[in-house]
Design a binder for this molecule. Structure first.
Ligand SMILES: [Fe+2]
Ligand SMILES: [Fe+2]
Length: 342
């Protein structure tokens, strides 16, 4: 009698698990997000500071080796600011390094892929050089999400999971927006893919992560038309997560009307990291992985973060409070429910 009951209970549990697992057409998916690598050969206008430019190759290489060592990884996302300022030699290096990643890679553009090298940074012999155009970068990144001349894309890395890569850049500015043509394209994509759990990736932020970020000086961190983009996401229940970079330090994700907005850590800003995500039809979990680098790189990155006024969590924060904020254990692991459970 008891045996029969146990068998029935087990069968029900198994059937519910199988039903749930196939609700979105996949069981478990694991992916990594590497953000803001700001890849750069050391040059006259580079340095190791709050962006560890001179160490950027070493740090990106370590992130690549580290994700390549994750046995069940399905794909990698790059959340923009891939190069210092789209210098042709750095774009070439980026392409070569991306080819070392053993799983599919999906990249979006950051403001450093489309903005000219700022004049203040120009020093001889680089004074006459400028970065590649946005579409030269798109051309260089063919096969890494980009497929043709369009600067935004979709991909289905596993059946039932849709990735949407947005171009949130504004040429000549470090702020962001989504163009009207792209919004129309996005609406069409979402309307015709209602049966796929959707993760949208863009470089810029859509929501503030702290009170201080609502101040005008933070304007360029957010999309000019964030409200419009959010409204579009909210119209479609399959849109569950928005992943971004641009802010360099990880934070606690923000939930708004069932959609989670997640900032991804940079490989070149203290505490230099990337993020590993595990997605099931029910939830998305992540763990931030610190890069080992070298003691010297850690020392410089920590010192420059502590001294940099711009990255303070509040205006009056001390160096210790700033470091405690960016190192916060609360940022390292997180779990979020999928917005619409099938
Ligand atoms: Fe960046
Ligand atoms: Fe950025």
């Amino acid at each position: 009698m008891f045996r029969k009951l146990w068998v029935s209970l087990l069968a029900v549990a198994l059937l519910s698990f199988v039903a749930a697992s196939f609700a979105w057409g996949f069981g478990m998916v694991k992916f990594a997000v590497i953000s803001d690598p700001h890849l750069s050969y050391p040059a006259a206008n580079t340095k190791d500071y709050v962006k560890m430019e001179d160490s950027s190759i070493v740090l990106f290489k370590e992130a690549i080796d580290s994700v390549n060592a994750i046995p069940d990884l399905d794909f990698v996302i790059l959340a923009g600011d891939l190069t210092k300022d789209a210098e042709p030699w750095n774009v070439d290096l980026l392409r070569e390094m991306l080819e070392e990643i053993r799983v599919p890679v999906y990249a979006v553009l950051g403001n450093h892929e489309v903005s000219p090298i700022p004049p203040k940074d120009k020093e001889a012999p680089l004074a006459t050089l400028i970065g590649d155009s946005k579409y030269t970068v798109v051309f260089a990144l063919q096969g890494f999400g980009f497929n043709g001349p369009q600067s935004y894309w979709t991909a289905e890395p596993v059946p039932g999971l849709l990735l949407v890569g947005l171009d949130t850049t504004k040429v000549g500015s470090w702020g962001g927006k989504v163009s009207p043509a792209q919004l129309q394209w996005l609406e069409n994509v979402l309307a015709t893919n209602r049966d796929k759990l959707t993760i949208v990736v863009g470089h810029h932020l859509l929501v503030p992560f702290r009170e201080e970020e609502k101040k005008p000086e933070w304007k360029n961190f957010y999309l000019d038309n964030a409200e419009e983009v959010i409204a579009l996401f909210e119209k479609y229940p399959q849109v569950s997560f928005y992943l971004c970079g641009h802010r360099h330090v990880s934070t606690i994700p923000v939930e708004k009307n069932g959609i989670w907005y997640i900032e991804n850590a940079s490989t070149v800003t203290y505490p230099m990291s990337y993020t590993v995500y595990t997605l099931t039809p029910q939830k998305l979990e992540y763990e931030v992985v610190r890069l080992k680098a070298t003691p010297k790189i850690w020392e410089v990155a920590k010192k420059t973060m502590a001294e940099d006024a711009f990255w303070k969590p509040t205006e009056s924060a001390s160096a210790e409070e700033t470091l405690a904020y960016v190192e916060a254990a609360d940022f390292v692991k997180f779990s979020m429910p999928v917005r619409f459970q099938k």
